[in-house]
Design a protein around this ligand. Structure first.
Ligand code: FUC
Length: 792
């Protein structure tokens, strides 16, 4: 924290004393500080680690998310009526299915031939008729329902209202005075006890009606024995029968009151406080196993949580969250606007004047990843884990031609490697289903995943050939396995995922085609995600992105083989194939070519949201200002042509790319747009629009990328620091090579960097044009001071 923020108007002790000591003074007419009642909920910088509002959420994108990876709620912060919209991350439509089209293989040679002959539109028409999966649509992520709370018989004005989400404690709190009673409601998701807990207190006894509803057809609720039980079955979609059972239970524990059934609801009377323990589950065990028992699992979860009691649940949940959240601390400075409610800060649309909003966005990105992706949960999907709709946009699934990868961009560098576990598990499963697709559709070994997948790990091409016939999704996901290794240098992990890398690479050894014009190896059929080229189709051979991804996949798989002392012959095969992959090319406009031919200037959408051919610059480091300056400049030209403002995720990608070009002002300008009202909802969810969480994660990574970058054993300090962040610090970032990096700067200049590593090794540290080599020794930190990087 800067000195300024520590002394800010919300500095804590006095605030806490006021609120705890004198209940009545809480009913302040003033903007609302929301008020931790215990030291645990204390945070020292509200504007950086807290979202807060002066009114309840009217719409979903104003509600506040909590989650433990698997169980999730959107908290509306209502007064007489409260809504918690509930999700469980395995409640999707459908059941085990495999959409691979058995007729595809026979038609593949003709599609390839048409592409080679330049008959792209005909190739696309044939691909649509013969290659695409059946059904063409994947399954959709589904809501469980709503927990509804009602304060019956309360009348009068609501005063002293605030609601907040404390990112450091991972607790959503709503406080208000109604009919003379001061109410306070806390909501959090417990990762250890696997419940969502709601705790409501009044300073006078109150009544409460508790209901549970579901949009799922045929779901039913029973109120009995102090518990609501909702059970149902999931829905069919696109001809795939629903095979899941699901259950949700709400155990109601009233302190000093009575709980009785009231129709399908529970009525609490005369309580001083009420605890609600919400458990949810489905019969999903794995993509090919739906034999779970959600009724028993949810019963055990609420019973276990009730035994442990609210106070223990709360403090354990805070401890578990902080173990991850507090690893990184960011301070970009603050101004008075940081004390305003969050929605006002977004609307103010003045990122330059509110550097603490970037800090809040960064902290929120890390919070959202912790809340949506924990070991044992499903990976973060298009909406993280939060979805209220039975037919959500793009099924709220996994789009692996950018969106799922972007979700994990902040994970390693912002010290949340545990959150990658669900992604690794998904790749393990895709390697199983993707082996069937490889064999059936391509007659190939290894495994493949096209541009989307879902809970059932479907891997065949879907939607239409224009979007779906892209074989490189699994390969891109594999680069995340390599990154997980490279940030930790944990050979045990690398060994455990080596078969996945091997299988992904093998598929391409079997399916790469020789481009008749150049003799180089290319993918065919493929496309440059989801961009139509000037020949009336998107499908083509050898889009630049594929070859960039395959260079990474082949390099990383080969290096893994070497490091693990295995598969030397295979590594040699990969090296030989890599040398034949069509290279990146610079086109006549000075741009990096998106396709094998120099089509860019004639493509119909010059400002297309995807910047797929710039993968080589970011997230990969194949294209680099130092190592490949000509390609880096061509990438810059392509970026200029594409423009700065796009959909949420596409804007976030651009910010990362400009950070890689070390253009801090440009990256910051784009970030400002991302954090403004056009691309950020009042609850700070990213707006594609509609809501998609990838932009939150991409933006979080962009902020990290502006402050520190690493490639191999090199670390770049403050590579893209904008003028809007003149003084600040970040501690706890991770660089490749098991390195932890703290950076402090003042008036735009580095004051100190501290480096630590759990492994022994040499690192080159760069600051502007200056570089020094340091030796890292476990247990000892290296301190570098000032612009000269003087070792202290
Ligand atoms: C890709 C993008 C869209 C959207 C969708 C979920 O298809 O091109 O913009 O993000 O994924």
């Amino acid at each position: 924290m800067t000195e300024l923020s520590a002394k800010g108007p919300h500095a804590s002790p006095s605030r806490r004393e006021v609120l705890e000591g004198v209940g009545a003074t809480v009913a302040l007419a003033v903007p609302a500080l929301v008020l931790p009642t215990t030291a645990e909920a204390e945070t020292s910088a509200p504007g950086e680690t807290r979202l807060w509002y002066r009114q309840p959420a009217k719409v979903w994108t104003e509600a506040l998310p909590v989650g433990n990876g698997r169980l999730d709620a959107m908290v509306f912060g209502g007064t007489t009526r409260e809504r918690l919209q509930l999700n469980e991350d395995t409640l999707w439509s459908g059941g085990p299915y495999d959409p691979v089209n058995p007729d595809a293989r026979a038609a593949l040679p003709e599609v390839r031939r048409l592409i080679d002959a330049g008959a792209f539109a005909e190739a696309q028409t044939l691909a649509n008729a013969r290659l695409m999966g059946v059904p063409k649509t994947q399954m959709a992520y589904q809501p469980v329902g709503d927990l509804l709370l009602e304060l019956p018989g309360t009348a009068g004005e609501v005063s002293a209202y605030t609601r907040e989400l404390d990112l450091d404690a991972a607790i959503a709190t709503t406080s208000f005075t109604l009919g003379g009673t001061r109410f306070r409601r806390e909501v959090f998701a417990s990762p250890g006890d696997q419940v969502i807990a709601v705790h409501m207190t009044g300073d006078r006894p109150f009544d409460l009606l508790v209901g549970l509803t579901s949009p799922q057809p045929g779901a039913g609720v029973v109120a009995a024995g102090g518990m609501l039980t909702l059970t149902g079955r999931n829905d069919a979609r696109a001809g795939v029968a629903g095979k899941l059972r699901f259950a949700a239970r709400v155990r109601v524990v009233a302190d000093g009151g009575r709980v009785a059934a009231d129709g399908e609801r529970l009525r609490v009377t005369g309580a001083r406080s009420v605890t609600l323990l919400v458990a949810m589950g489905t019969s999903y065990r794995r993509f090919d196993d739906v034999g779970g028992d959600p009724e028993a699992a949810t019963l055990a979860a609420v019973a276990g949580a009730a035994r442990r009691g609210f106070a223990r649940l709360r403090s354990d949940a805070i401890t578990a969250h902080r173990a991850l959240f507090q690893r990184v601390k960011l301070d970009l400075g603050r101004t008075a606007i940081a004390d305003r409610p969050t929605d006002e800060r977004v609307l103010a649309d003045r990122a330059a004047a509110d550097p603490a909003l970037a800090t809040l966005y960064f902290n929120y990105g890390r919070y959202l990843l912790i809340a949506s992706s924990r070991p044992g949960s499903q990976p973060a999907n298009l909406q993280g884990s939060w979805n209220a709709e039975t037919s959500p946009p793009w099924e709220s699934k996994y789009t692996v031609n950018i969106n799922t990868e972007m979700n994990y961009w902040p994970a390693e560098v912002t010290a949340l490697p545990e959150c990658v576990a669900p992604l690794v598990q998904m790749v393990r499963e895709l390697a199983v289903t993707g082996a069937r697709t490889a064999k059936t559709m391509y007659g190939a070994r290894g495994w493949v995943c096209h541009h989307n997948t879902d809970l059932w790990r479907a891997t065949a091409p879907i939607d239409g050939a224009q979007w779906g016939l892209w074989p490189t999704g699994g390969a891109w996901l594999c680069t995340h396995l390599w990154d997980h290794y490279d940030y930790s240098r944990d050979l045990g992990f690398l060994r455990s995922v080596y078969p996945l890398l091997h299988g992904a690479a093998l598929f391409f050894l079997d399916t790469l085609q020789t481009d008749p014009k150049t003799g180089a190896l290319v993918t065919n059929p493929s496309l440059s995600p989801e961009n139509v080229h000037p020949k009336g189709a998107s499908i083509c051979a050898g889009p630049a992105m594929d070859l960039q991804i395959l260079r990474d996949l082949f390099d990383q798989t080969g290096r893994a083989a070497t490091l693990l002392g295995t598969d030397a012959a295979f590594a040699a095969q990969l090296a030989a194939a890599r040398a034949r992959l069509a290279p990146d090319k610079i086109g006549r406009g000075g741009q990096l070519q998106e396709w094998q031919a120099d089509w860019d200037a004639d493509a119909p959408e010059q400002r297309h949201r995807h910047v797929s051919h710039l993968y080589g610059l970011f997230p990969s480091d194949q294209i680099d200002l130092d190592a490949t300056p000509a390609l880096a400049n061509a990438a810059r030209r392509s970026l200029e042509i594409r423009g700065d403002e796009s959909t949420g995720w596409a804007t976030a990608w651009r910010a990362n790319l400009w950070a890689r070009l070390r253009e801090g002002e440009h990256a910051h300008r784009i970030l400002a747009y991302l954090l403004g009202p056009a691309r950020t909802y009042p609850n700070l969810f990213d707006a594609h629009p509609p809501f998609q969480i990838d932009g939150n994660f991409g933006g979080t990574r962009a902020i990290a990328e502006m402050l520190m970058q690493s490639r191999g054993d090199e670390i770049l300090l403050l590579p893209a620091l904008p003028r809007a962040w003149p003084s600040g610090s970040i501690t706890g970032l991770r660089a490749r090579g098991a390195c932890v990096v703290d950076v402090r700067w003042e008036r735009g200049t580095l004051t100190e960097a501290v480096l630590r590593s759990t492994i022994h090794g040499r690192r080159r540290i760069r600051l502007g044009g200056h570089a020094v080599d340091v030796t890292l020794v476990p247990g000892r930190s290296v301190r570098l001071r000032g612009a000269g990087l003087t070792q202290a």
